[in-house]
Design a protein around this ligand. Structure first.
Ligand SMILES: [Fe+2]
Ligand SMILES: [Fe+2]
Length: 169
């Protein structure tokens, strides 16, 4: 049956996706310390710890974006991040005594970063289309940190971590 409800527009989609990434960032905040604890390489441990601190800032920035659109911060379960972190948890369990553990952790972490880069890229474009200049700035700051993290993880993957996994074969 047809209703009189106006269909949600881009502003509704922006708000819904904001709740989704807010959920994801909180999940990542809880997951990174576990990954840092599990990692064998001190460099990888340090990279996870650094990004944990940045992620606290990502959560705070999203709260500011909620404020920009006049909404209370609220999280909506993000099935994508649940799946990605679930895979990471499996790697931590199945490879905990393996020299390939760090390579697996890196792969899991990069899947998280790519997810975030995709979401923040979309969100900043929508914010721009909606004329939310302040939100664009906040989302851009986080997007830049996600990209930097991805590059740092790639460097680690290409250097010590994967080499160590291969040497131990
Ligand atoms: Fe983030
Ligand atoms: Fe991230």
């Amino acid at each position: 049956m047809a209703t009189n409800k106006t269909p949600k527009g881009l502003d509704g989609l922006f708000h819904d996706t904001l709740k989704d990434i807010y959920f994801a960032e909180k999940k990542i905040l809880a997951t990174l310390p576990k990954m840092a604890m599990a990692a064998h390489s001190p460099d990888l441990k340090a990279a996870f710890e650094k990004h944990h601190t940045e992620t606290q800032e990502h959560v705070a920035r999203l709260e500011e974006v909620f404020e920009v659109i006049g909404k209370k911060p609220a999280a909506k379960t993000c099935a994508a991040i649940m799946g990605i972190t679930e895979e990471g948890a499996e790697i931590m369990e199945e490879y905990k005594d393996s020299p390939a553990l760090d390579a697996g952790l890196l792969a899991a972490a990069q899947a998280v970063e790519h997810y975030e880069i995709s979401r923040y890229g979309t969100m900043r474009t929508w914010a721009s289309e909606l004329g939310l200049t302040e939100a664009v700035q906040l989302l851009d700051l986080t997007l830049a940190e996600e990209k930097k993290t991805d590059v740092a993880l790639t460097k680690l993957a290409e250097s010590a971590v994967n080499v160590a996994a291969e040497a131990a074969e």
